[in-house]
Design a protein around this ligand. Structure first.
Ligand SMILES: [Zn+2]
Length: 467
């Protein structure tokens, strides 16, 4: 934990040569400027410094030493300061006690840590500007750790993050919190009746598996988290074109989210009985690959005709969700990089949320607003299930129409969830295409802070009782 903490550009110790960052809000900037010495006023105005949100400046003393920074803050969110760690000169910093802008300690810590992140597994280590993390909470630190782990897991190339390595990641987290971890692997999937996970993953040289983690007190409400862990998606025999395949190491992003959320629930001892189910496969091409036109009888009993082998995420989730339903939990949440259609509809930054219970979905959306981690609800519009009609099976995994693709995928999943069980499905991109403050290019946790806040508020009355 300590090593990770320093890698995030945060330090628990205050360095003796630390520079003070004075946080000033946009609204207060003019008043703040008026209180400054003439030298400082001239320094800023001669650089056309206007006090806009996210502007910052190093402030020299008479000898030219910059021991102060002014940073203008647009609001109390982690992203208000997330640009600073990579733009300030290397060195140590702390929040100036005279800062007038409202920025919670949690948002300061989280924003700095999210902004300082760089995936360095294959690079020489660099040191970002380091912030003294004053009075941080264990909760905020756990949220940051989980967010960065999700990024690391997604950013790790498939050669080093296959189904086996994903299982090892679950086992490592499980060991930290005395959880029980098991795995059903390879041909055993057929014996234990997980035919879709086997069919999708059987062509890869690394065995497909269903990874399961159990934790908590049986007397507490039972929450099941499911994750799509397609460690690489070639598209199968319906092979993807180069552009579409390029980033498919991220097709286990849903599993990464589910695992990160499981860590948060365990580390913060949320009083739930937790089950994590990760369907981990590579959708590869070989002589034994599943084919268009094949029919798979799923664990739940519905038969599915394969229309397109690239619609594999919903197949592996079908058997995982069927098991989740058998456990008769209080709530099922699944996370998946499921459809390009969700990105066409909502773009990269808004995960698409589907639920069979609107009240539950509303609470998740509200948690997203509070956490500056937004989601958008989409409808389970039942008539569109007609797009998945098959002439030889109960339903097809895809169809001829490109209409409403994220909805037909969600409707497919819904067929495998008991109607009486509260269920939420998040279709999430898990990726930043470009570098932005606090959102570095590459793997990203989206809807994770929101999910944790939602679950903590729902099940842990030590938190958020006031709102
Ligand atoms: Zn696919």
């Amino acid at each position: 934990m300590t090593a990770l903490f320093s890698a995030q550009g945060l330090s628990k110790e205050r360095h003796p040569q630390s520079r003070a960052i004075e946080l000033v809000s946009v609204e207060q900037y003019a008043d703040w400027l008026a209180t400054q010495a003439e030298f400082t006023r001239n320094w800023l105005t001669s650089q056309s410094f206007q006090g806009r949100a996210t502007q910052f400046a190093l402030l020299p003393d008479a000898g030219g030493q910059c021991n102060r920074v002014v940073a203008v803050i647009g609001g109390d969110t982690p992203y208000a300061i997330a640009h600073l760690p990579k733009l300030l000169p290397k060195g140590h910093y702390h929040r100036c006690p005279h800062s007038t802008a409202a920025l919670s300690t949690d948002n300061l810590l989280l924003g700095w840590g999210l902004g300082a992140y760089r995936f360095e597994r294959y690079l020489a280590k660099t040191e970002p500007a380091i912030l003294h993390a004053e009075g941080q909470s264990a909760r905020a630190e756990s949220v940051l750790t989980a967010s960065l782990e999700v990024r690391d897991w997604i950013n790790t190339p498939t050669e080093h993050m296959g189904p086996d390595e994903l299982e090892q990641a679950v086992r490592a987290i499980g060991a930290d919190f005395q959880a029980k971890v098991s795995s059903i692997c390879g041909e055993e999937l057929l014996v234990e009746n997980f035919p879709t996970i086997h069919a999708v993953g059987r062509a890869a040289h690394r065995a497909p598996r269903l990874i399961r983690l159990d934790w908590g007190d049986d007397a507490h409400p039972h929450v099941v988290l499911c994750g799509k862990g397609v460690c690489f998606d070639t598209g199968g025999l319906n092979i993807k074109a180069a552009d579409g395949m390029r980033n498919m190491k991220k097709d286990m992003g849903g599993a990464a989210h589910a695992l990160g959320l499981a860590r948060l629930l365990m580390q913060n001892t949320v009083p739930v009985r937790l089950t994590l189910l990760i369907a981990a496969v590579e959708n590869a091409i070989a002589g034994n690959a599943f084919r268009p036109g094949d029919v798979i009888t799923t664990r739940q009993g519905l038969s599915v005709e394969i229309d397109n082998t690239d619609a594999e995420g919903r197949l592996v989730l079908a058997d995982a969700l069927a098991l989740a339903g058998e456990l008769k939990p209080d709530l099922i949440m699944d996370f998946a990089t499921l459809t390009g259609a969700a990105r066409i509809a909502l773009g990269p930054d808004l995960p698409a949320l589907f639920s069979n219970q609107d009240a539950v979905a509303r609470d998740y959306l509200a948690a997203g607003e509070s956490e500056h981690d937004p989601l958008w609800q989409m409808p389970l519009w039942q008539p569109y299930l007609g797009y998945l009609k098959s002439n030889v099976a109960d339903l097809a995994n895809s169809g001829a129409s490109k209409m409403a693709g994220c909805m037909t995928a969600a409707l497919f999943l819904q067929r495998f969830v008991p109607t009486e069980t509260a269920w939420m499905h998040l279709d999430v991109y898990s990726w930043n295409d470009s570098e932005r403050p606090g959102k570095p290019a590459g793997g990203e946790a989206q809807g994770l802070r929101a999910a944790f806040r939602f679950l903590q508020k729902k099940y842990d009355h030590r938190y958020f009782t006031d709102s």
